[in-house]
Design a protein around this ligand. Structure first.
Ligand code: ZN
Length: 279
């Protein structure tokens, strides 16, 4: 069985009950975490996944809302190692800023690591980083032992962030696409063909264009995925289920959540089909 769990749907601005970006994909013995924003370690524990159980963490890009809990995952896996044995934490990240972040993320913990190593832990924490060049076309970047689960990456449109990718996980049960942060783009659309589930960031850019004109939010909205355009893209790609995450602006009540769904439906209908794919 393959399951997909959102460990966080938030953005840098804190919203009560909404952790930072993260998606957990479990398929058999394979446990993959995509991004690790604020409170990921806590929400993984609530989902029954302690850090030692992670097969790998895959980073979409280096922005704080996607990586702020990654050091916590690595440190906690290490601190718990005597109780829950685990090898180095495997992390995949695009070469460039994201890989640099992973490479140096435990540096600020040097004093803590030194004390714990002297008194409790037999050796320092280990992170095995696999950095890969951002692919122009979908490219397999990871395979499970035995090859039942594969992860494909492709570069997306999140400029001015230089290195940002979306991922697709293919399992024996089906395929899920995880957008990371991006405008609606053909790269993710291509990744969606034949997939069963799309987890995509969502920004009500078109609906709120007038309200944010001339503010910093207009700039931010420019490099995120407009929900109406996203609905059209999902329809064109034929992906049967779309799950919205990384919601901008964070909805505070049910009616505001419904507006995201309405945008998506509007886009899908404009692309030519009666909508029945939201979940
Ligand atoms: Zn983000």
């Amino acid at each position: 069985m393959t399951t997909v769990t959102l460990t966080g749907t938030g953005v840098p601005y804190p919203a009560p009950g909404r952790a930072g970006a993260g998606t957990l994909v479990r398929s058999g013995d394979t446990v993959l975490q995509f991004d690790a924003g604020r409170a990921t370690t806590l929400h993984l524990a609530e989902a029954g996944v302690l850090p030692h159980a992670l097969t790998a963490v895959l980073v979409t890009h280096v922005r704080s809302d996607h990586v702020s809990d990654l050091p916590d995952l690595a440190m906690t896996r290490w601190i718990q190692r005597e109780v829950f044995p685990a090898g180095p934490l495997t992390v995949l990240a695009p070469a460039g800023g994201a890989a640099l972040f992973v490479d140096g993320m435990l540096g600020p913990y040097a004093a803590d690591i030194a004390v714990r190593t002297e008194h409790v832990q037999p050796s320092p924490p280990e992170v095995t980083l696999h950095a890969f060049a951002v692919p122009d076309r979908p490219e397999v970047v990871w395979r499970s032992d035995g090859g039942l689960v594969t992860v494909t990456a492709v570069g997306v449109r999140h400029e001015p962030v230089k290195e940002a990718v979306a991922y697709r996980v293919d399992t024996p049960d089906g395929a899920v696409v995880i957008s990371g942060d991006t405008r609606v783009c053909p790269e993710v659309e291509a990744l969606c063909h034949g997939a069963d589930l799309l987890v995509h960031e969502a920004c009500r850019a078109a609906a709120l264009a007038e309200a944010v004109r001339g503010t910093v939010f207009a700039t931010i909205f420019d490099y995120h995925a407009d929900t109406v355009a996203l609905g059209a893209m999902a329809e064109r790609a034929g992906v049967p289920h779309t799950v919205l995450t990384h919601l901008i602006p964070a909805p505070g009540k049910a009616e505001e959540e419904a507006e995201f769904a309405a945008d998506l439906r509007e886009g899908a209908i404009a692309a030519g089909s009666p909508w029945d794919g939201i979940c």
